[in-house]
Every structure is written in C-alpha cells, then in structure tokens.
Design a protein around this ligand. Sequence first.
Ligand code: C2E
Ligand code: CA
Ligand code: CA
Ligand code: CA
Length: 277
Amino acid sequence: VKSSQWLLPYEQALEKSYLRRLAIITELKNALVAEQAELSMVYQPKVFLSTLQICSMEALVRWNNKLLGFVPPDEFIAIAEQAGMIEQVTTWVMRKTINDLAMFRAAGHTFTIAMNLSSHDIQNRALLDKLADLLAAQGLEPTDLELEITESDLVADADLATENLRQLKAKGFRLAIDDFGTGYSSLAYLKHLPIDTIKIDKSFVLNLSNDVDDQQIVRTILHLASVFELKVVAEGVEDEAAFALLRDWHCDIAQGYFISKPLSIAALTEWLAVSPY
Ligand code: C2E
Ligand code: CA
Ligand code: CA
Ligand code: CA
C-alpha cells in the first residue's frame, strides 16, 4: 500500500471517497443502535392549492454524526442500499414516523404522512407487512399513510414491485410516484400501476415562472394526470409566482420552501400555530 502522499490526484480522490463510504457504513451501523439519537425525522407540509389547507406532511430523514457532521439522506440512503442496511434504516424511519403520526393524531391533526420508500423496500414483503403491523399497533389505518416511490425504482423492477404495490393499495395505503418526469420511461405503466398521485420532480418547478420549457412540461404532466385521474403534487415550489401559476393550472397540491422547509417536530408545532394554511 502506497502512503497517501505518493498517490496520484485521482487515486487520492478515490481513496477519499472509499474512506468516506467506509466511515458512513460504520457510523450508520452505530447510529441505528445508538442510545443518543443521531437520526431524526423532519416534516415538510404539502398544501391543497384550491383550499390552502394542509393535506399531508412528507417525512424526511436526517442524520447528524459526531465525526461526519450532517450527511445528506441522498448520500447515506444510497450507501445503505448497496451495503445491505436499508431495511434497518427504513425500519427506523417507519417506527419514528408512525409514532409521530400517532402524536399528531392525539393533538387533533388530520393530515396524512408521506413516507419515502427505496427500491429495495418495495421488494421486501416482510418489511411491508411490518409497516401494516406498526400502524395497527398504534391504532392507525393504512389510509393515514402515503408511500412515495421514485419513478426510476418502479421502472427498474416492474413485476415484483407492481405486485407488492397492488397488495399495499389493497390494504388501503395511498401510493405516489416521486420525481415524476426524470425516469425517461414509457408512460404505459401509469395505466397499470395502482397509484393515486404523481409528484412532479422539483427540477421542472424550481424555475417555473421564468422557464417556458418547464411550463410546457408541467402543463403536459397536469394534462396527462387528468386523463389518468391522478392527483398531482408539484414539489420545489420556492416562490409565489410558481405557486400562483400552479394554482391557475389546477394543480392539486404544492410543496416547497415557499410554503415551508422541512421542520423538526418542535419547529413544526410552532409553524402549525401561526401558518395561514
Ligand atoms: P425527495 O423524496 O424527492 O425529497 C425532496 C427533497 O427536496 C428533500 O431533500 C427536500 O428537503 C427538498 N426540497 C423540498 N422543498 C424544496 C424546495 O422548495 N427547493 C429545493 N431546492 N429543495 C426542496 P432531502 O430531505 O435532502 O432528501 C433528499 C432525498 O433523500 C429525498 O428526495 C429522498 O429520495 C431521500 N430521502 C429522504 N428521506 C428519506 C427516507 O426517510 N427514506 C428514504 N428511502 N429516502 C429518503
Ligand atoms: Ca419524496
Ligand atoms: Ca421528489
Ligand atoms: Ca429524490
């Protein structure tokens, strides 16, 4: 093994990313069993554009590690999938989210919670059964929960995923396709999948008021969704102009920094007390 100082620049970069992966795997293993909570959930509201009522809260995982600092979920979820740890991560997320949902219900809130599932999760029947059990144990119903699955994950393993989604749908879970428009896939699956909602990827929404191409794409998706009688969420709504356009075009639901960033339970409680939604 060469000492680091003799490595070529690309080798140094490789070693750095290799070491970071290794550190993420080791530290995530600890975080999943740790007494002191490194993992947490934040919640981002989605609102109905017609009534300005809160429709749902998307649960997003956060990880703040003592060595690595804040690690973005995109990064550690992908590594957890490759390292065979995603079931543990998703189980942690399920438990926490369902506990929080029970608490929201006890406080009188009626909104649903949307949880993200990774591609491995939708092929894991035992994990999906556990989800129903965890809800039942809290006296909650599958209709209280919405499951977000990315478009690329659905397309990657269509058969098994479709069968599992059918079963989830039959139990009453609401299903949403996340990052819609980025999967470069055939639209035929919209006809076959038992989904309720599509979420337009934020890349088409962030610059909506300035970008005529994005406007065309969003309007086309809205039209498509109306043909298939699907609800549409626009994510990445950052300004009032985008919010107003989407409302004019009868998009059902909006989510983004213009409404609120993802918030901790404490911050969300304050937000709920003062928000106009
Ligand atoms: P996603 O499901 O597409 O989540 C939307 C991401 O956009 C979130 O990033 C959110 O914080 C961010 N966002 C929301 N509104 C805006 C906005 O107005 N502008 C911009 N620029 N961004 C906005 P986050 O929390 O970093 O999550 C990234 C991705 O990590 C998620 O993408 C999801 O794929 C994954 N993820 C997060 N939490 C979980 C989880 O609990 N389980 C799984 N399997 N994946 C998760
Ligand atoms: Ca999502
Ligand atoms: Ca998304
Ligand atoms: Ca995403």
